[in-house]
Design a protein around this ligand. Structure first.
Ligand SMILES: CC(C)(COP(=O)(O)OP(=O)(O)OC[C@H]1O[C@@H](n2cnc3c(N)ncnc32)[C@H](O)[C@@H]1OP(=O)(O)O)[C@@H](O)C(=O)NCCC(=O)NCCS
Length: 234
């Protein structure tokens, strides 16, 4: 689609001045992560339509991928707009478009409630099926963890996955999360499944052998924690 700077709108984009999240760009060896912009939406929808998981299983606690194709298209777009509108210092979710070889291949979410007080982030993610199993899921989670711990000053991260979801649990294990109890969820109407909760303390983060390059973090920190920006992790 575009290069990293264009994907983020570039620093010359006037939108970045009024909505600093659009200036955030995290670059890893193989990926660029940047909050979803309207220009990403057609490729993002294509990545969903190409399939995200085996339809026989439901990895998400909200079964959004079960929707008929036309509903899936509009709801995917609507979800991105709704999430963006809902960002506030009290309660935020950043949906990062994940770009691989210049194309959107998935979404990595990072969210927090009462972040200045709790310093805890949560994550969720999906990739289009053709790129599963190449380590990209691990790379994108490691990218947002570096952003959260090293630039936002988070002290812990949580995640969860269905107890059968070997790929998602594999990402968490690789990055140092520890099991943190289970919960029963109704993944599909009338279908109960066990969800494994996971916890990662900043000091336990099993860092990859690369460092993410992060652009636009100070502005995002000021935007999400107005008046009381925490000191970045040393
Ligand atoms: C979960 C997801 C993002 C992981 O991304 P990925 O790129 O496929 O995963 P990776 O290649 O980074 O693999 C992560 C680990 O899981 C292991 N793994 C991956 N797929 C696996 C599978 N099907 N069975 C067993 N282990 C698997 C890998 O070997 C790796 O472990 P290692 O580092 O110890 O070798 C991706 O598979 C996906 O989008 N799945 C569908 C949606 C989903 O389940 N989202 C999460 C909801 S909680």
């Amino acid at each position: 689609m575009t290069g990293p700077a264009q994907a983020a709108g570039g620093t010359t984009d006037p939108l970045v001045r009024v909505w600093p999240l659009f200036g955030l760009v995290i670059t890893t060896p193989r990926l660029v992560l940047t909050p979803v912009r309207d220009g990403h939406l057609p490729e993002l929808v294509d990545a969903v339509l190409a399939g995200v998981h085996d339809p026989a299983e439901m990895p998400f606690s909200v079964p959004w991928t079960d929707a008929p194709r036309d509903v899936l298209v509009t709801e995917t777009v609507r979800h991105q707009w709704r999430t963006r509108v809902g960002v506030s210092p009290e309660d935020w979710t950043i949906n990062f478009a994940v770009l691989h070889e210049g194309r959107v291949v998935g979404v990595q979410d990072l969210m927090a409630r009462r972040f200045p007080l709790l310093r805890r982030v949560e994550s969720g993610s999906w990739l289009t099926r053709p790129v599963h199993g190449r380590g990209l899921g691990t790379e994108m989670r490691a990218a947002v963890l570096q952003f959260a711990f090293d630039h936002l000053g988070a002290t812990s991260a949580v995640s969860s996955a269905a107890d059968w979801n070997a790929a998602s649990l594999g990402v968490s294990r690789r990055l140092g999360y520890v099991p943190n109890g289970t919960a029963l969820v109704e993944a599909r109407p009338g279908e109960v499944q066990t969800q494994q909760n996971l916890l990662l303390a900043r000091e336990d983060f099993a860092r990859p052998d690369w460092s993410a390059h992060v652009d636009g973090a100070p502005e995002v920190l000021a935007f999400l924690t107005p008046g009381r920006a925490p000191a970045p992790a040393g």
